[in-house]
Design a protein around this ligand. Structure first.
Ligand SMILES: Nc1ncnc2c1ncn2[C@@H]1O[C@H](COP(=O)(O)OP(=O)(O)OP(=O)(O)O)[C@@H](O)[C@H]1O
Ligand SMILES: [Mg+2]
Length: 308
């Protein structure tokens, strides 16, 4: 990495998440009291960047934000986390992804309703391309795949590793996935994508992409399975989830897992240690409400790992 460059540059989605906490998950046509509300930043890439920033990484995000309340909220909350924003100058009327998350107080389980009708992808001009070429790694997700794939390909060809989180498919996300050196997918999506009948098979299928460095699938409190290049051929390893002392909210566990993994990558940790730390960071996140606000600091992660 060149001096003054960023450890991780994100090109995926940032969201505003409005939480509505209810004692029990609502049934259709029922009425319920609300016991808590909160507005927080979320999204696959932005939350991964927050997690990595809290673990000491220099992070940046290419983003399309407008002049409105939701955009201002994101601008402020990401800046507070020390994430440098490179904004699309043509995005004046854009609004970020906006999610309403209904969260059950007793279990921490939730449903997410999202609105992407006014989103605008990042713009990747000459200056942004230079930023990508000098990054320690890129972080991508499926959301703006069509707008970022050419620039990602260029940086990858120049040797910049790509870490990715994908939760659904679109025309450009499948080729973007093929460019992703370190792919970490939730089990259900990995299975639907590969036709595998379980995590081991899914990981092996994902490792078949030429040049792939690591494939990992995650399955909430059941932990994760992964394989990496240079390991024994066909070997799939299991990382059990760390036990959260109290599960408060699992929103963003996967995103924090990804960010902590990317932080381990740019710090030069070996694959197994990256996954172990990612798993511990995600368990700590489950103990707190909110996707980004629950990401642990480096001190919290180190203390948790010492105790575990
Ligand atoms: N309740 C939990 N307790 C401990 N660790 C957890 C828990 N839930 C998730 N994790 C950790 O986080 C990792 C990722 O979680 P999960 O598989 O739910 O990701 P996801 O489906 O992408 O979630 P999201 O996108 O909402 O963040 C798991 O492999 C595990 O290590
Ligand atoms: Mg996820």
């Amino acid at each position: 990495m060149v001096d003054g460059a960023f450890d991780i540059v994100g090109l995926g989605v940032a969201t505003v998440d409005d939480f509505i906490v209810v004692p029990e998950y609502p049934e259709r046509n029922s009425k319920h009291p609300v016991v808590g509300t909160a507005r927080q930043g979320g999204g696959l890439t932005a939350t991964a960047l927050v997690a990595a920033a809290r673990l000491g990484c220099r992070t940046a995000q290419l983003i399309g934000l407008g002049q409105n309340e939701l955009s201002r909220f994101l601008r402020q909350s990401l800046a507070r986390e020390g994430i440098a924003l490179f904004e699309n100058p043509d995005a004046r009327d854009a609004e970020p992804f906006h999610s309403v998350i209904i969260s059950e107080a007793s279990t921490g389980e939730r449903s997410i309703l999202w609105d992407d009708r006014k989103t605008t992808p990042p713009r990747i001009g000459a200056a942004e391309r230079q930023l990508l070429l000098s990054a320690g790694c890129l972080f991508v997700d499926h959301v703006f795949a069509h707008a970022i794939i050419d620039a990602v390909k260029e940086a990858k060809n120049a040797g910049v590793p790509v870490v990715g989180d994908f939760e659904r498919s679109n025309d450009a996300s499948l080729p973007l996935m093929d460019l992703t050196d370190h792919i970490i997918l939730p089990l259900a999506y990995a299975v639907s994508l590969t036709g595998a009948d379980g995590p081991d098979q899914a990981v092996r299928a994902l490792m078949r992409t030429p040049g792939r460095s690591l494939a990992c699938v995650t399955d909430s409190e059941r932990g994760s399975w992964y394989a990496f290049a240079d390991d024994l051929p066909g070997k799939v390893r299991r990382q059990y989830a760390f036990r959260a002392r109290k599960v408060v909210d699992t929103t963003g566990c996967g995103d924090v897992f990804h960010g902590a993994y990317a932080a381990g990558l740019v710090k030069g940790l070996p694959p197994g240690e990256r996954v172990r730390r990612a798993s511990a960071a995600a368990a700590l996140k489950a103990e707190k409400q909110g996707a980004q606000s629950g990401a642990p600091t480096l001190e919290e992660l180190e203390a948790f790992l010492r105790e575990a």
